[in-house]
Design a protein around this ligand. Structure first.
Ligand code: UGB
Length: 627
């Protein structure tokens, strides 16, 4: 029945069967029946093998299997992949928000924000979260319902409008077979959230790599279908090869983009550190700069580590499961433990937000095709390590990029550290797992904490500036403890980093926000001069409008979180609460110069003769169009 297949497919099947000795993949075809009604299934299986062959950049399917045999053998022998390397704590720059050093670095970075290309890795299934849909479609918070992808796009557009001098800042999204269709549909349905369609490039990871069921790298057939093979994800390390093969990175460089920042699917704090990290990268001329936060020992985030072997040296992420054995093997008897003086691991925690200088990044891609080193992590059933508990596969990680930097470039790798409250709060875990983590004193990484942290980060920044922002009480929903408030959502159009917030609140000591308050601010033309808030306030300043809030005092019932553990709405259910918006003060500064809402009910057109930011006007709370 060979005439069912193209000559290329026949050659591929032959190559697979003729792999040496026990590594032959003949078993793939042994269950085939001679029944002609199975012909279509046979064709589909060969097409799939061909697809896998084409999508694995390091030598096609045969290359994958031979890499796997090698790595599986090393794993069986218990080889430590970091054998011979000595770990130490690397040099980097750590900041506290709002200090003079912070503002200086951020100031330098703001000069670079308008030259950034953005890379969102969103191919993960979010298995640990147990959410049925794509994670970038989750709301970042319930106060405004802004989705993660929307928040990312809005932030990029805000930076673009303020710093890019008319250029468009490009966004590349890596999807996978699991997320591609839904991602494209979400973007289309929402008109790309305000971006131009041509600003967004989608690159799709291959449909994964074949699952392997033994040390000879035999490909696993689907459990219910002799004509299908099981696939597993190859990891976020694919991003580099995709940016290369789709010519994304190089075309950005040619368009004058100078930096590229990689970020994850659910981190509502992702951009508080962008300008800061850009400042560090420019000052230190870094090719790669990892955003980090203090790491708790054994926390499931990698550790940025300096590794030394002879005269070789690199600063690189050591994954959490490898750090402890590496430390123990190199004389640190206690392994991965906290420094008692700080309560944190001495190694900064990787949050997989990576900033690259584009020109040397592109050169490295040209040299290596963007291939990352692979690893394999089978769970064995037996002591001889010959039987797997379940099929395994080769994986790679994007943070392993320093392995492809040679010579002097290896020294141009560093990190920028800020408290995790200000830079990292992923939504990765199902509530029940988050509860256990929180009990152990580790960040829960659930929807409720993601939401609360986003607000807390803003409150912390406002406090660092001198605003009086009270803390709400602590409340527990579905076993996760969060703060009840205040909920502050400052939309990117209003401000997206500390320096910008400072210009938006010119008199910070005149800002008071009670612990039960909710505040939503949007619009580039908006300034908050003085405000006493005890309740809920939403101020919107339309594009092209300007307005300032002066001497405004708001007291109303505000918004409250209400326990709702069994909601049919998955987004509510994963938090264990919904928000009841009992009473809201809403003010809109309109592009035509009028103002809607405010204490006076009637539209108030402000006194145009007085500059904003000046002395308080008598009984005047709102000032529109006066900037
Ligand atoms: N992702 C893809 O786009 N494709 C893939 O094939 C896999 C993932 P996970 P992980 O920051 O908390 C990383 O699964 O791999 C995307 C670091 O390795 O959430 O467990 C996915 O959509 C670790 O050092 O993370 O651990 C998501 O956006 C630590 O920093 C992103 O890749 C940890 O993240 C991360 O995927 C962390």
């Amino acid at each position: 029945s060979m005439d069912l297949f193209t000559p290329e497919q026949q050659a591929l099947a032959k190559k697979l069967c003729e792999l040496p000795g026990t590594t032959s993949q003949c078993h793939l075809f042994e269950g085939w029946s001679s029944d002609p009604s199975d012909n279509d299934k046979k064709k589909a299986m060969m097409a799939k093998l061909e697809m896998v062959d084409a999508s694995y950049a390091d030598g096609g399917l045969v290359g994958y299997l031979s890499n796997a045999v090698n790595l599986l053998e090393r794993s069986r022998r218990g080889e430590n992949p970091l054998e011979g390397w000595t770990p130490s704590v690397p040099q980097g720059e750590a900041f506290e928000v709002g200090t003079a050093e912070f503002l200086e670095a951020e100031g330098i970075g703001l000069g670079e924000v308008g030259k950034c290309g953005f890379v969102l890795v969103a191919g993960g299934l979010g298995e640990r979260l147990g959410y049925g849909d794509i994670k970038i479609g989750l709301p970042t918070e319930l106060a405004t319902g802004t989705l993660y992808i929307q928040f990312y796009v809005e932030t990029i557009l805000a930076f673009q409008s303020r710093y890019a001098e008319g250029k468009k800042l490009p966004l590349c999204i890596m999807t996978s077979g699991d997320t591609n269709e839904k991602t494209v549909a979400l973007l289309k349905k929402n008109n790309y959230f305000g971006m131009d369609e041509d600003q967004i490039t989608i690159v799709q990871q291959g449909k994964g790599v074949p699952a392997l069921f033994d040390n000879d790298a035999h490909i696993t057939l689907a459990s219910d279908d002799a004509y299908d093979i099981q696939m597993k994800p190859h990891g976020h390390g694919d991003i580099h090869a995709l940016l290369h093969s789709h010519n994304v990175a190089k075309s950005w460089l040619e368009k004058g983009i100078e930096w590229t920042v990689f970020f994850q699917d659910t981190n509502g704090l992702a951009f508080h550190t962008l300008a800061l990290a850009l400042g560090v990268s420019s000052k230190r001329d870094l090719i790669m700069n990892s955003i980090t936060c203090p790491r708790k020992a054994k926390q499931a985030i990698g550790a940025i580590t300096k590794l030394t072997k002879g005269d070789e040296e690199r600063t690189i992420n050591v994954e959490y499961n490898q750090l402890d054995p590496l430390l123990r093997a190199t004389g640190h008897e206690d392994g991965d433990v906290n420094d008692p003086s700080t309560g944190f691991s001495p190694f900064p925690g990787n949050i997989n937000q990576l900033l690259f200088k584009l020109e040397p990044y592109v050169s490295a891609l040209e040299r290596t095709n963007g291939l990352m080193p692979e690893f394999v992590n089978p769970k064995y059933k037996d002591e001889e390590k010959t039987v797997f508990k379940k099929p395994t596969r080769l994986e790679c990680m994007m943070q392993d990029f320093p392995t492809v930097l040679g010579g002097g470039d290896a020294a141009r790798v560093g990190f920028t550290s800020l408290a995790s409250e200000l830079c990292f709060s992923p939504v990765k875990n199902a509530t029940a797992d988050g509860v256990k983590l929180q009990q152990k004193g580790t960040h829960p990484g659930v929807a409720a904490s993601g939401e609360q942290d986003q607000s807390n980060a803003v409150c912390e920044i406002l406090r660092s500036m001198g605003c009086v922002v009270e803390k709400g009480s602590s409340v527990t929903f579905s076993g996760i403890e969060v703060s009840s408030g205040p909920d502050c959502v400052l939309k990117p159009s209003f401000g997206a980093c500390t320096t910008e917030f400072k210009s938006k609140f010119p008199n910070p000591s005149a800002i008071k926000i009670s612990g039960r308050s909710s505040l939503v601010l949007s619009g580039n033309g908006l300034i908050i001069e003085s405000l006493n808030l005890d309740g809920a306030l939403v101020v919107e300043c339309e594009d092209g409008a300007s307005g300032s809030i002066t001497d405004l005092s708001v007291k109303n019932k505000g918004w409250v979180k209400v326990a709702d553990e069994d909601s049919d709405d998955e987004v509510v259910q994963m938090r264990g609460y919904h928000i009841d918006k009992l009473e809201t003060e809403t003010i809109v500064f309109k592009a035509d110069g009028t103002i809607e809402g405010g204490n006076y009910g009637e539209t108030t057109v402000a006194d145009l003769s007085k500059p904003a930011g000046g002395e308080a006007r008598d009984g005047d709370t709102l000032c529109g169009g006066c900037m």
